[in-house]
Design a binder for this molecule. Structure first.
Ligand code: ATP
Length: 234
């Protein structure tokens, strides 16, 4: 579904990505791991047209989207749930959802997509008219994911969905992510929680200093001495 080759990003003189290659097959969860500042968020942002790309190709469903604007990319079926959720706290849950549907791939009326979201995320239905800022952290993360899903994506990019959440809530969010894959969504997941990510992912990549330094199936990565030593505390 997604094939990235030689992706480079620079913020002025700061070279954040120095040639990233990765593949995300349809219907899979692929996780992107690495230390702070390795370039994970820059990768996701560049894929949706929000970071300054200097070189490389991004094939999405076989089409080169590397020159497209973010809203065109969203319309084609790729969307990002950003780090820190970025919901609008003073707007209601419903208003946040409807904003997520503003750029829509036109595969179904927005009202139907909203109904679908409310049945997938019943807690949001209960809180529909509450201000988003009054939700718990886990509920806000669900809202951020549901808002992204309002554009009916085929590929969802998730940046640090577990950030700042209590362990039980993190488990629930990860179950939800696995559930999205079961419904046919393809997911590229950036996470600090390496052990949980490798539990739900099919494959993964490890980044360091703007490059991919290790890749494999989730099982291979779990068993690798590099991952064990650096992230899993062995
Ligand atoms: P984190 O988990 O901390 O978000 P990351 O792996 O996602 O880390 P990036 O946020 O992609 O890493 O950052 C990669 C590099 O690019 C870092 O050196 C960072 O300081 C730099 N960088 C990121 N965004 C910007 C920006 N808007 N302007 C300048 N430099 C940036």
């Amino acid at each position: 579904m997604l094939e990235v080759k030689g992706l480079r990003v620079a913020y002025g003189p700061v070279e954040a990505l120095k040639g990233v290659d990765l593949v995300v097959p349809k219907g899979r969860i692929v996780t992107l791991l690495g230390a702070n500042g390795a370039g994970k968020s820059s990768t996701l942002n560049a894929l949706v047209g929000l970071a300054p790309k200097k070189a490389g190709s991004v094939l999405f469903g076989g089409r080169d989207i590397s020159g497209l604007a973010p809203e065109q990319i969203v319309r084609m079926g790729m969307t990002l749930t950003p780090e820190g959720r970025r919901i609008f706290p003073s707007l209601s849950v419903d208003e946040n959802l409807l904003l997520g549907g503003a750029v829509h791939s036109a595969r179904g009326a927005i009202g139907e997509v909203r109904e679908d979201m409310l049945s997938r995320f019943p807690i949001l239905k209960e809180r529909l008219h509450q201000k988003a800022g009054s939700l718990s952290g886990g509920e806000q993360q669900m809202l951020a994911i549901a808002r992204s899903m309002m554009s009916s994506p085929d590929l969802l990019l998730l940046d640090e969905p577990s950030l700042g959440l209590a362990p039980q809530v993190v488990d629930m969010i990860f179950e939800l992510i696995a559930g999205l894959r079961a419904q046919g969504l393809t997911i590229l997941l950036v996470e600090q929680n390496v052990s949980l990510s490798l539990e739900i992912a099919d494959a993964g990549y490890v980044m360091a200093n703007g490059k991919i330094v290790l890749s494999g199936t989730a099982a291979e990565l779990r068993d690798s001495s590099e991952i064990q030593g650096a992230y899993l505390g062995a």
